[in-house]
Every structure is written in structure tokens, then in C-alpha cells.
Design a protein. Structure first.
Length: 263
């Protein structure tokens, strides 16, 4: 086990000179899988180069039979251009092998920050009673060329874990997850999330997508009790907070209440 670090890499990007921030989570051998674990986790906010993540997104959706309409081997949507959106990408030996997106909507921000809101009316009720940010986790994609089940499971869990750390780093109160029906049991078992509303067609694709929701407090309790892999350290929260930067920036008059993080 090693401690977390967050460092800014002085790497040029396609879209700007803003450096990519690397977030390296605490990991251990609790979850069996690949000897290449942990992965190199990159967190990008608006203005940073996300071409690898968008290309992998397209590849994964296309392989699943849901080719995005925009084509050209890259898939992004308007939510990727919001300052409150962060894209997390997992790299193995310099290659992007997995990615997902986290979108924040604080009480003083519009519900439109959550890209799935137009498709799931039940989100309005969650937003109305949330005591802090509502975070939407979605657009999870894994390289379809990876066929090793253990590797895929480890990568999938590492990405979800990073998203959960991002929600904690942003002081969120509620998390929303969009998932294909086959992934629903995972989120129920690991985080205690429950489906809300009616499954909807969330593009791309023609398969109904399930929306799950849960409070971050209940999720913390469940993940600490059930799976040591999901236990989060204060150092990881601090590392991710630096990486998220502008995505979780709050007005000066808003006092962020400190959260107790279980270890």
C-alpha cells in the first residue's frame, strides 16, 4: 500500500497549455486482478486535452452496437464543455484503457449541469432536497479489446472508486449513476444505490438505461462495511480535490463544511 500523491504534469495538450493533473489513488492487493494494478488516473477539467478519453468512449460505444452519431472516432457531448464536469481516465503503460465522467450541480447551480436530467424527471426531486452537490457519474467506458475478465473487473472497480472519491472531494450529498441493466447489481451491492424513476433511452443507444441514486453518507457506511477496497483515505480526498480544481470551485460566501472520511 502506498500513499496518494497529486502532481501537475507539465505536458502540452491539444486544446490548451493547461497541464493534466494525475491522481494516484491508494490501492492494495485486496481486489484480485492484474499485476499492472493500480492504474495511472488522469483527471481533466474543461480546457484540458481529453482526446484519449473521447476516442475510447467512441470505441466502446461502437463496439457495443451504439455508434455515436457524431462519428470521426470521438464521442463527446455538451456536458463535457461545462466547467463543472470532470473526465477521469485510467492509463496502463501509457494507453487509455478506461474512462468515466463526473458532473457536479451544487444548490446554487442549475439542474442542467446534470446531463441526464432531461431524460429522468425523478432527478428534480433529488436535486430539490439535496443539502450539497448532486453528482452524476456516467459515460463509463472500458477498452473493448480487453478480454481478461479479472482485468476488466479491476479496472471497472478502480474507475467507480475514483468517481466516488471525486464526489467526496467535492463535498457532495447525493450521487446519481446511469447504468446499463447488467451493471445495476454491482452498484446495489457495493454502494447500496437504488434505481429511481423509470428506465429511459439515454443516448447514444436504443437500450433503456437505469438511473440509480444514493446519499453519499449511506454509501460511505456500506462501502466501509462490505468492501475494504472502497475505503477512502483523507489523503486521497485531498489529492482528488486538487485534481478537480475548477469543477468544484465554490463562491467565496459559501462555507464548505468539513466531512469526516472513514479509513
Amino acid at each position: 500500500m502506498h500513499s496518494t500523491t497529486a502532481s501537475k504534469l507539465a505536458a502540452a495538450t491539444q486544446s490548451s497549455d493547461v497541464p493534466v493533473v494525475t491522481f494516484t489513488p491508494r490501492q492494495s492487493g485486496i481486489l484480485p486482478g492484474t499485476t499492472k494494478f493500480p492504474f495511472d488516473m488522469h483527471v481533466t477539467t474543461v480546457g484540458m486535452d481529453r482526446s484519449d478519453a473521447f476516442a475510447l468512449r467512441y470505441k466502446a460505444y461502437d463496439a457495443a452496437g451504439y455508434p455515436p452519431e457524431q462519428g470521426a472516432g470521438s464521442f463527446s457531448d455538451p456536458a463535457d464543455g461545462l466547467a463543472t464536469t470532470a473526465v477521469i481516465a485510467a492509463y496502463d503503460n501509457g494507453k487509455c484503457v478506461g474512462t468515466l465522467r463526473v458532473c457536479f450541480s451544487y444548490p446554487w447551480q442549475p439542474i442542467s449541469n446534470l446531463p441526464c436530467a432531461p431524460y429522468f424527471p425523478a432527478i428534480r426531486a433529488v436535486k430539490a432536497v439535496a443539502t450539497s452537490a448532486v453528482v452524476e457519474v456516467g459515460r463509463l467506458a472500458i477498452d473493448p479489446d480487453i478480454t481478461n475478465t479479472s482485468y476488466r473487473t479491476t479496472l471497472y472497480a478502480a474507475l467507480v472508486r475514483a468517481a466516488f472519491i471525486a464526489a467526496q472531494a467535492g463535498g457532495a450529498s447525493d450521487i446519481l449513476l446511469t447504468a446499463r441493466p447488467t451493471a445495476v447489481p454491482f452498484y446495489k451491492a457495493m454502494l447500496g444505490f437504488k434505481p429511481i424513476g423509470i428506465p429511459a433511452m439515454y443516448p447514444p443507444g436504443d437500450e433503456p438505461i437505469t438511473l440509480l441514486a444514493g446519499s453519499i453518507g449511506d454509501a460511505e457506511k456500506k462501502q466501509r462495511a462490505q468492501n475494504a477496497f472502497f475505503r477512502i483515505t483523507p489523503e486521497e480526498i485531498a489529492s482528488m480535490r486538487i485534481a478537480l480544481g475548477e469543477a468544484i470551485a465554490q463562491p467565496a460566501h459559501v462555507a464548505r463544511q468539513p466531512r469526516r472520511i472513514g479509513v
